[in-house]
Design a protein around this ligand. Structure first.
Ligand SMILES: [Zn+2]
Length: 130
């Protein structure tokens, strides 16, 4: 199970202007993504692909069960104590961080949380998870 985190981004405002944000942010409900980034993510996490969720009534880049192919919805990923809301540094460090080269251009939901800062994005000793 994977999620996409960015270490800063440009956001298009309602008036069409772009504004730089330096916050580390978790992306969910990625409804559109550029091909380059989709390919990069797919190389690392082939279980992440576009899929239709009846619950969310939309299609987005979602985790899929590797055994049966079922879509695993984004709604719980960043809920307390689920995969992407660890409660302490040790749990956060069990998440494997994999860089994706190039630019990512998405329509997505954003979320911010203090645990994101526990991830050492350039730390080679972050251990892989299952
Ligand atoms: Zn399954």
């Amino acid at each position: 199970m994977s999620c996409v985190l960015v270490d800063g981004y440009d956001e298009q405002l309602d008036d069409g202007e772009w504004e730089r944000r330096e916050e580390r942010t978790l992306l969910s409900y990625i409804e559109s993504i550029n091909a380059e980034a989709a390919t990069g993510i797919s190389a690392i996490a082939p279980w992440m692909k576009m899929g239709r969720s009846e619950t969310a009534d939309t299609s987005y880049l979602a985790n899929h069960c590797e055994a049966c192919g079922a879509l695993q919805g984004d709604w719980f990923l960043s809920k307390l104590d689920h995969a992407f809301f660890p409660q302490d540094l040790e749990a956060a460090r069990r998440l494997a961080v994999r860089p994706v080269a190039g630019h990512i251009n998405v329509e997505a939901s954003l979320s911010w949380s203090s645990w994101h800062d526990w991830l050492a994005l350039n730390d080679s000793d972050v251990r892989p998870s299952d």
